[in-house]
Design a protein around this ligand. Structure first.
Ligand SMILES: [Zn+2]
Length: 94
């Protein structure tokens, strides 16, 4: 089993949020803001500052769609750290 992890990806993906109704939002969410959030947390539904509804903006950059299996060398050249899970459960850097 291969675990491919991006160097800038430390388990907390950055989500981009923007106000549902930009004219009602505060300056922060009107223009949109980025939020680093653990993946296991539910999506943010309201601006932390003005409590107005916000929606998550899907950014292709942060959600890469892998259309073909990536080889180790491909991953490395793309700036990924490739770790192989050993039988004892530890990850070994390739
Ligand atoms: Zn706001």
């Amino acid at each position: 089993m291969l675990l491919v992890q991006h160097l800038s990806f430390s388990g907390m993906p950055i989500y981009h949020y923007i106000a549902e109704n930009p004219e009602e939002g505060c300056p922060r969410c009107r223009k949109g803001f980025d939020l680093r959030r653990p993946v296991d947390r539910p999506a943010l539904t309201h601006c932390p500052l003005c409590k107005k509804p916000v929606r998550k903006v899907i950014q292709p950059v942060n959600t890469p769609r892998v259309t073909k299996p990536m080889s180790v060398s491909d991953a490395k050249s793309a700036g990924f750290t490739v770790l192989e899970r050993r039988s004892d459960g530890a990850y070994e850097k390739l």
